[in-house]
Write a protein that binds this ligand. Sequence first.
Ligand code: ADP
Ligand code: TZD
Ligand code: MG
Length: 566
Amino acid sequence: MSAEPETTTLTDGFHLVVDALKLNGIDTIYGVAGIPITDLARLWQSEGLVYFGFRHETSAGHAAAAAGFLTQKPGVCLTVSAPGFLNGMVALANATTNCFPMILISGSSNRAVVDLEQGEYEELDQMNAAKPYAKAAYRVNRPEDIGIGIARAIRTAVSGRPGGVYLDLTGAMLGSTMDAEAGRKSLVKVVDPAPRQVPAPDAIARAIALLAKAKRPVIILGKGAAYAQADEEIKSFVESTGIPFLPMSMAKGLLPDDHPQSAASARSPAIGGADVVMLIGARLNWLLSNGKAPLWREDTELVQIDISPVEMDSNRAIAAPVVGDIKSAMSALIAAVKPGQIKPSADWLQTLEQHKQKNKQRMAAQLSADPHPMNFSSALSAIRDVLADQRDVHLVNEGANTLDFARNIIDMQEPRSRLDVGTWGVMGIGMGYAIAAAHVTGKPVVAIEGDSAFGFSGMEIETICRYRLPIVTVIFNNGGIYHGDKPDVFPPSPTGFVPNARYDKMIEAFGGVGYHAEDKASLAKALTGALAAKRPALINCVIDPAAGTESGHITNLNPKSAVSHK
Ligand code: ADP
Ligand code: TZD
Ligand code: MG
């Protein structure tokens, strides 16, 4: 009997990337196909994994980032080289800024030519371009390094303070082969990618001691607290201590907005009057006036729980820093605090309650008005009433006035059910965030979009229709950025759009359902119908072009020319 000729089975870079991601529980890629990664997307889908093909990489990247925030697993975005990569970078940088775990994987061109700037197809030194805007950037040059490369990307994205990681895959590497068995052995399943970081007992004791002497304490919950999925621990600590809480916008719903301890409608008096503020997964950045006057008192002392040690004292002194992951920190606090040891004074609770009632009365008058055309609060009151008993709806929100009014008017009941422009105030997250939210939660999504904000990702309504997602996009159409031009103005102002545009017609081009709403009743009817249909829909919600203010609620950040315009 003659010996069989020796055969080796081969694998290649494409297969190893798919196998490595799959081995680590990644089941979805958001991307835009093209050279050199088209076959990667195809192979991914043929393996039974989910691929969402977008119309623009920034939207695909925003989807990956939102998936990361919602699941604690890095969301993966796949792009082509140079321009596709740069489009994706906006989302990667935004993810890093917001502390969302995400991996941007881009194919890249021939390094020998790129590095000598000899004019390669889509030439760009992508890895080095990514570095300043990402938590880390890595490149895989050999198929045998794919396992380690992906393990490194995953661990970097989710451990410590989460962020965006860039992973460069050269076209040559993707196409090169190696022995299949050796390839299989080179893959790495990451063990415990985001290890718990238990805070030191003395840090916990210091925090409790400070809160115990406080008479006017306040807790501020940030999106880090939402991300941490410590919902039960946070609820238990807040309710057992009786401390009033303020949710940052994406922490809304961690405790329901109608919770009796919510001080959201007394934000300024709560921050301005507090003797001790406890920050849980919230940075003292511009969104909290950097912890400075006039909103903040100088003598207010702070407890801060954060996974990043260098966040402490970044804007003002932190008397009780608690460095660790929020779930471990909250458990340790609950275990260490004695019943009745922390107790806000009755005076403080009463003062805040009075502010809340005054504010609620003022808001009730605005919400019950029924002007024609609608303004921001009247339209949002109609939406709020429809959503009140639809707790499973996830909300995406961007714009200026559209954002500021919706954040205050639409109550959230469930953790991680609100996604918005976040730390950068970036426009363009809308459709990407909505697609990811619909996909990872399986729940209906309502995206409340300024007409300008929508424009940044508007083409993705085709993506929404193609994947038949239950997303209802509501365009707050005031004809421009902040407000619209008067009819017949030409040339248009720098902030104006085509007046009376019919965004509802756009979605009809792709088989979705369009609605046009000019008053509260038709808006409520459209939203109710669209949600019941569980199909892609878009409501053109007509808002008075004069209703908005310049820059929404942050007019103070908008420098104005001191010299009058010609
Ligand atoms: P917001 O905008 O809602 O105020 P920020 O994005 O400013 O929230 O703050 C989020 C903070 O949460 C960041 O400083 C980040 O380091 C921190 N963080 C994120 N995840 C965790 C976690 N699991 N445990 C502790 N801190 C976390
Ligand atoms: N580009 C990007 C990427 N992000 C931004 N934040 C801006 C530009 C500037 N900008 C804002 O800060 S809000 C906004 C822009 C263009 C749009 C506001 O108009 P809108 O909302 O129609 O979305 P309202 O309701 O008319 O205020
Ligand atoms: Mg607008």
